[in-house]
Every structure is written in structure tokens, then in C-alpha cells.
Design a protein around this ligand. Structure first.
Ligand SMILES: [Zn+2]
Length: 233
């Protein structure tokens, strides 16, 4: 996927130059005089791309910080669960189970209280990674069979500004944060990257292929742009 997308708004009146704003609510918005040719606006965006990326990065850093206490809300494939902490007599790795409305973390009873958040975070991150690989692999298998392509391998990464990527050798990478997004959003990102094994660009052939598996893809792209700050691990 491109590192960012933008909207162009035309200014009426006698304005003589273009300007760019970056916000969490509206994404990248470029305001340009009504008479300015599109090519000039695109050059202007190109010139400012480093600046734009820096601001987008800063916005994604402004994420919701988690503290890992009892009852805290955590997302799992688009649904909110509260954290429930129980203690066990067995030492070793903390176990995570998904119950109806809670994510239950089992901690060793001998663990000092002040160590709890750190242990919970560690266990939760590991669990997200495990579930993420499982679910995304299933989805990639499904869509690559449907489209008739073969991938090399799948990686889950903690990358900040990219949801997914597809290398020239068909190695697929996905952002671990997708484990928090609703399934239809994860499907869109998977379809997008699998479709790149057929079309290595964002031309109309590519988007038609994406659309044939996800008719709502425009809505899903927009959802990611507007909600990425909610998906904080
Ligand atoms: Zn792409």
C-alpha cells in the first residue's frame, strides 16, 4: 500500500498557493486553488511527502496507552473484552483464555503485584501474535487459493505505518495490530496484499480484483485511516 493517501479540496477565491494539513480525524488534506493543475498539486505533495510522513508517524505514536489492570478494555478482532486477572499455583508462562466477554490472564500467585502489568503485557502480546498468525494465515490461504496465486511465507510485524506488504518474491507481511481490527478490515488488507501477487501496482486491474472479493473496500480503507490510533498494542 502507498505510505499515505490524501484528499484534495479546491479553494475558491483568489488564493494563490496550496497547503497541507494532517490530522487523526481527517487524514491528509491538501487545499489548493481551483485553477491549479493536478500535476502541480501532485508535485507539491511529493515535495512535502517527508513532512507528511513525519506527521502521520507522530499521530500513530499518539496511541492509547494500556496499563493492564483488571477490567481494562482490550480489542480482539473488533470486539471489546475486559481484562480479567486470576492467579494460579503453577509457575511458568501466564496463560490467556478468551471467554465470552473477557480476556482472562492466569498469573502465578507468587508473582509480586507490581510485576503484574509487565507480565500481562508480555503474555498478551505473545497471544496476539499467535492468534494473529493463525487467523491471517487462514485468510491468506483462502484468498490466494481463490485468486490462484502462491505465496512464499507470512510475517507478522510490528510496523508503524504499513498495514501489509507483498515483496517481489511473494513474501507477505502484516501489521500485528490487525488482530485488533474487525474481521472485514483484516480481510480487506489480506485481499489487498494477495492481489498484489497478480498486479504489482495500484492500477485499475488491481482495484477491480480487490473489489471482486471486497465490494466495500473503499469503506474499509477509510476505516483503517480513521481508526488506526484505536488499535494500540
Ligand atoms: Zn498496495
Amino acid at each position: 500500500m502507498a505510505s499515505f493517501s490524501y484528499r484534495i479540496l479546491r479553494k475558491k477565491g483568489i488564493a494563490s498557493n496550496a497547503s497541507i494539513t494532517v490530522s487523526a480525524e481527517r487524514g491528509v488534506v491538501v487545499r489548493a486553488p481551483f485553477w491549479m493543475p493536478k500535476g502541480i498539486i501532485e508535485n507539491f505533495i511529493q515535495e512535502k511527502s517527508l513532512w507528511i510522513e513525519k506527521h502521520l508517524e507522530r499521530l500513530s505514536l499518539k496511541k492509547i496507552t494500556k496499563h493492564y489492570f483488571e477490567g481494562e478494555k482490550h480489542l480482539y478482532f473488533g470486539k471489546e473484552y475486559s481484562l480479567s486477572i486470576v492467579t494460579t499455583r503453577t509457575p511458568g508462562r501466564s496463560k490467556i483464555s478468551l471467554l465470552e466477554d473477557t480476556i482472562q490472564v492466569e498469573l502465578y500467585e507468587g508473582l509480586p503485584k507490581e510485576k503484574h502489568p509487565e507480565k500481562i503485557e508480555e503474555a498478551l502480546l505473545y497471544w496476539y501474535l499467535e492468534k494473529g498468525i493463525e487467523t491471517i494465515t487462514e485468510k491468506v490461504n483462502y484468498y490466494s487459493q481463490e485468486i490462484g496465486v502462491e505465496y512464499q511465507k507470512i510475517n507478522l510485524k510490528k510496523v508503524s505505518s504499513i498495514w501489509g506488504s507483498c515483496s517481489p518474491t511473494n513474501c507477505l507481511s502484516f501489521n500485528r495490530k490487525l488482530v485488533m481490527a474487525p474481521h472485514e478490515i483484516v480481510d480487506y488488507v489480506v485481499i489487498h496484499e494477495v492481489a498484489h501477487m497478480v498486479h504489482r501496482n495500484h492500477g485499475s486491474g488491481f482495484w477491480n480484483l480487490v473489489k471482486s472479493f471486497d465490494p466495500q473496500y473503499k469503506y474499509h480503507r477509510r476505516w483503517l485511516k480513521l481508526n488506526h490510533h484505536l488499535l494500540s498494542i
